[in-house]
Every structure is written in structure tokens, then in C-alpha cells.
Design a protein around this ligand. Structure first.
Ligand code: HEC
Length: 129
């Protein structure tokens, strides 16, 4: 009888701890994607930006990681828009329209706003380089 009680207590502890850990682990920044940033994401896929750029650490290595492009000192929206408008020696000019550039920048803003742990220096090997 005692064993049964201990067993039930352990099961209940296990279940409540599991519920706690799972709900804790799924908490994230509550950032909604605007229609503009959704279109920007589709453009990001259409032009295969990820071939050269990483987002959240995934993607190509020819260009810089764009996860925190918007909040990095010395960079930001205007900088990103200028590069997208003109390209550079190493980055192709995609001849994007003003609307497309705005949408891509909105997508980068969304990514930046969700990159909470990414910005937390000391926990990300990428940001410590
Ligand atoms: C062929 C590879 C390539 C592709 C494809 C590419 N880029 Fe780039 N991108 C680069 C390189 C290389 C740089 C660095 C340019 C420099 O400093 O001259 C860059 C720079 C940038 C920057 C400025 C980053 C910084 O921190 O200096 C932004 C923003 C950017 N790219 C966005 C995009 C977007 C959005 C797309 C898709 C529409 C894209 N890139 C597609 C290669 C690429």
C-alpha cells in the first residue's frame, strides 16, 4: 500500500514538473509578423538570400549573418535598404522595387525582434566571434 502511495506521488511530481518545463520552454517573444514582413519573408526565399546569408545561424557564409542586422550599431534599416538598393562589389543588385526593399527590411526587423537569446552575448557562439 505504501509503495502505491509513493508511486502515485512520484508520478504526480513527474507530471507537474514536465508540465512546468514544457510551458517554460515554449515561451518566446510575442512578436507578430505584419503582412509586409510576411511578403518580405517570401522575397527572402524567392531571391534565395539564404544562399549567402545566415538567419538564426543557418544559411550561407559569403555574406554576413542578418539575424541582428537591424539592431547592430552602425547598421540598421537605412543601411540594409541602401545595400539592397545598390548591391555591392560582393553582393548582387537584385533590382528590387522600393516596395520589395521595404518588405525585406520589415522581415529583417521581425527577425531581429525575435532574436532574444541570439543577442544575449555569452550564450551564443556566433555573437562572440
Ligand atoms: C551572392 C551572395 C549574396 C546574395 C544572394 C545576397 N547577398 Fe546580401 N550580401 C552579400 C555580401 C557578400 C554582403 C557583404 C557586402 C559588402 O560588405 O560589400 C552582403 C550584405 C548584405 C547586407 C548588409 C549586411 C551587413 O551587415 O553589412 C544586407 C542587409 C543584405 N546583404 C541583405 C540581403 C538580402 C535581403 C538578400 C536577398 C534579397 C541578399 N542579401 C542576397 C552577399 C549576398
Amino acid at each position: 500500500m505504501n509503495r502505491l502511495i509513493v508511486f502515485i506521488i512520484l508520478i504526480l511530481l513527474f507530471l507537474s514538473f514536465t508540465a512546468y518545463v514544457y510551458t517554460l520552454g515554449t515561451e518566446g517573444p510575442n512578436v507578430k509578423m505584419s503582412d509586409e514582413s510576411i511578403r518580405g519573408k517570401l522575397l527572402f526565399q524567392k531571391y534565395n538570400c539564404t544562399a549567402c546569408h545566415q538567419i538564426y545561424g543557418l544559411g550561407g557564409y559569403l555574406g554576413p549573418d542578418l539575424t541582428t542586422e537591424i539592431s547592430q550599431p552602425g547598421k540598421g534599416e537605412a543601411y540594409a535598404a541602401a545595400l539592397l538598393k545598390n548591391g555591392s562589389v560582393r553582393m548582387p543588385n537584385f533590382h528590387l522595387s522600393e516596395t520589395e526593399i521595404k518588405e525585406l527590411v520589415e522581415f529583417l526587423k521581425y527577425v531581429d525582434a525575435t532574436a532574444i537569446t541570439y543577442k544575449n552575448k555569452g550564450t551564443s557562439p556566433i555573437m562572440n566571434q
